[in-house]
Ligand binder design. Structure first.
Ligand SMILES: Cc1ncc(COP(=O)(O)O)c(C=O)c1O
Length: 420
């Protein structure tokens, strides 16, 4: 393989490479739901991660570590680009990055001309929110349960331009999709221009019916921006099937990319209407999404390693990954739901969740609960204590490398802490 190919391609991971010929032959035809419970298969995947022995990591929602083959490929790219230096940047950087963007577009199911690589969801959402020519009294709709810093971007527009933000309150355990669609519909007025919705609520793991919300909003002439930070490469969907205008996600969460990688999808007909944050010569061609993506000199090796993460992700397969993640969440939460004094902030319906769930214990503040779990039981989770979101508990996020036995430790801990 020459240097150019090395930087553009990965080690060629496939399930065969990951598991070896014999194991692959055994598993290739097994349905995802059955495979989700096969610990021999998932032990082989677990072996591809370097895990700290000090605690069980149930906090992959913030950052899901790179698998070792991805990390090694990333580090090799750091070395190679340092070696080639400006020669690389001036010769093949742009086409190499475009090739990665094309692969990402394939994964997202959208046209390459509708997607760009960003640093993270924050930058993607800022690109859209700052791209509007907001006028005083324009309105935007979002939810109390959206990520705080994304809400802050709209608050900034309120300060700067005088827009009005209307916040809905999503219940933690809705009875139907219609219940949620009606909430968002009720917040729309003739002045509403943009609706932001989380594909998966970060503090509870609830999956929202984005396509139904988008169809409702479009019928009222409102654009739809999705915060997909936790959804992309977590469960199976294609962006165009959601019928939305803008989709933002981080790739260092569920795709297992190096830190500092994200995507922004903008539907083709929406590109001309957005102002870029940075000046860029492509502004002369208003229909090119790259006008929104001026990065200056940046760590391109990080972006190139996205291809390695995609290869690893595809070698497992999104259906298998989704089934395993949902299985792990249901494995512990079904047991914990039966315990007295334990409160769930996540829907019971498996179709409304995947890996993430949020649990509290009556009378135990979330920060104390997280501390006890770490100090006494060596379980690493994230405390959520939010009156505005109506969520008081700890967020539990297993990744594919977590074993059911480790989740049993969590259930035992909850039982003891709750005094059940
Ligand atoms: C729902 C949601 N949106 C946005 C973000 C911000 O993501 P990032 O820090 O990768 O930009 C997060 C981070 O956890 C999130 O959970």
């Amino acid at each position: 393989m020459n240097k150019r190919e090395f930087l553009r391609t990965t080690a060629g991971a496939s399930l065969t490479v990951l598991l070896g010929e014999r194991l692959f032959a055994r598993y290739s035809g097994v349905p995802a739901d059955r495979l989700a419970q096969d610990e021999t298969f998932w032990s082989a995947i677990r072996a591809k991660y370097r895990l700290k022995a000090d605690y069980v990591n149930l906090e992959s929602g913030y950052y899901s570590m790179q698998a070792t083959p991805v990390l090694e490929a990333f580090v090799a790219k750091v070395r190679e680009i340092n070696y080639q230096a400006s020669y690389y940047l001036r010769t093949t950087q742009v086409p190499d990055k475009a090739a990665v963007r094309d692969r990402l577009a394939g994964l997202a199911g959208c046209a390459p001309g509708e997607l760009c690589i960003t640093r993270n969801t924050t930058e993607s959402i800022a690109t859209v929110v700052n791209g509007y020519d907001w006028k005083r009294d324009d309105e935007a709709v979002m939810a109390e349960q959206d990520y705080g810093h994304m809400l802050a971007q709209f608050r900034l527009m309120a300060r700067r331009y005088g827009i009005v933000n209307r916040l809905v309150n999503v219940p933690n355990d809705p009875k139907s999709d219609d219940e949620i669609v009606r909430l968002y519909a009720a917040a729309i007025t003739p002045r509403t221009r943009l609706l932001m919705v989380s594909h998966m609520i970060n503090v509870t793991g609830q999956i929202l019916p984005v396509q139904k919300i988008a169809d409702m909003a479009h019928a009222r002439g409102v654009d739809v921006l999705v915060d997909g930070a936790h959804a992309f490469a977590h469960f199976d969907f294609r962006i165009p099937d959601l019928h939305v205008d803008y989709y933002a996600a981080s790739l260092h969460k569920w795709l297992g990319c190096p830190l500092g990688t994200g995507i922004l999808h903008v539907r083709r007909d929406k590109i001309p209407g957005l102002w870029p944050i940075y000046g860029d010569w492509r502004m002369t061609d208003d229909t090119d999404i790259m006008k929104l993506n001026h990065t200056g000199t940046h760590p391109v090796h990080t972006d190139l390693a996205i291809a390695d993460a995609i290869a690893f992700h595809e070698s497992i397969g999104i259906q298998r990954k989704e089934a395993r993640l949902r299985y792990l969440q249901q494995y512990w939460s079904n047991k914990a739901r039966a315990l007295p004094n334990v409160i769930f902030n996540t829907p019971a319906d498996p179709a409304r969740t995947c890996a993430i769930a949020n649990v509290g214990v009556k009378g135990v503040p979330p920060n104390d609960l997280a501390k006890i779990l770490l100090d006494k039981y060596r379980i690493w989770v994230n405390a959520v204590d939010s009156d505005s979101a109506g969520v008081h508990g700890v967020r539990v996020t297993p990744h594919v490398f977590i074993r059911p036995a480790e989740l049993d430790r969590l259930v035992t801990a909850l039982r003891e802490i709750a005094g059940a």
